[in-house]
Design a protein around this ligand. Structure first.
Ligand code: IPE
Ligand code: IPE
Ligand code: MG
Length: 249
């Protein structure tokens, strides 16, 4: 495999990469194995991508691990995913700590099974002082629910006189979201060939560059991440301006 890493311009790195880790089930199916086998193998890709982002100097990595819609899957699969999370968290927290990586979560994590919630809270607590990179797991997350929840909190603050409606700007609104402490992602990667957002970071991705690859998540490697970043770096981000305005800068 070619070493693509040296083609990356480290001065133009995305600060925040968000990923929809998709295709575990189809990866397993193509091997005549149960879907859960695909999820277990997806953990390797999580490790690879986390390590690669930390090595490069990406500051935030958000991984979509479980959506609110995923509760509609067969309970056997949901239970297996929740156990896998507990197992993986307890095994990997030390590696995150050793690498100065802070673990965070977005989504309604209180509604997760108690054991999963506890493992997550432990991981967040144990890594809270780490600064090299922030790894954010989107768990029991859906963007519409997040936005609606923000709106409810805003309504309460207005009713209680803590917020004046005239002061409600986009940046104030952002502070009511689960992602209040993180910048918007510059790059979003989705594996498995699906080209949709699936209720992920809808507000935050207003100007994010989207990158879709046919690979299934368990096959996604460091080199594949480098490919996505190189593709991102070749794009012109115009934010509504003309190309001429951008190149004149
Ligand atoms: C992504 O892989 C993992 C989760 C959604 C938890 P899928 O399980 O969606 O795999 P496919 O899309 O069915 O192949
Ligand atoms: C999105 O994947 C959620 C996660 C990766 C956790 P899905 O596989 O659930 O998405 P849809 O339902 O096919 O769009
Ligand atoms: Mg899927």
């Amino acid at each position: 495999m070619p070493d693509l890493k040296h083609h990356i311009d480290t001065n133009k790195l995305p600060k925040h990469i968000a990923i929809i880790m998709d295709g575990n089930g189809r990866w397993a199916k193509s091997r005549n194995r149960p879907r859960v086998f695909g999820h277990a193998n997806g953990v390797k890709a999580v490790r690879q991508v986390t390590e690669a982002c930390a090595e490069l100097g990406v500051s935030y990595l958000t991984l979509y691990a479980f959506s609110k819609e995923n509760w509609n899957r067969p309970s056997r699969e949901v239970n297996a995913l929740m156990s896998l999370l507990v197992k993986t968290l307890s095994k990997e927290i030390k590696t995150l700590s050793d690498n100065d990586i802070r673990l965070q979560a977005i989504g309604d994590i209180c509604q997760l099974p108690q054991e999963t919630h506890e493992a997550l809270k432990d991981g967040i607590e144990q890594t809270k002082h780490h600064r090299r990179m922030t790894l954010i797991l989107a768990l029991n997350y859906s963007s519409r629910a997040e936005i609606l929840n923000a709106q409810k909190k805003i309504a309460i603050d207005i009713a209680e006189g803590k917020l004046n409606i005239l002061d409600l700007t986009e940046s104030v609104f952002s502070k009511y979201l689960d992602t209040a402490d993180y910048p918007d992602p510059e790059l979003m990667i989705r594996t498995s060939g699906e080209q949709r957002i699936s209720n992920y970071l809808l507000w935050q991705m207003a100007y994010t560059e989207l990158y879709f690859t046919d690979q299934f998540w368990p096959d996604f490697s460091k080199e594949n991440l480098y490919e996505a970043i190189i593709d991102y770096q070749m794009r012109e981000r115009r934010f509504g301006k003309t190309s001429e305005q951008i190149t004149a800068l």
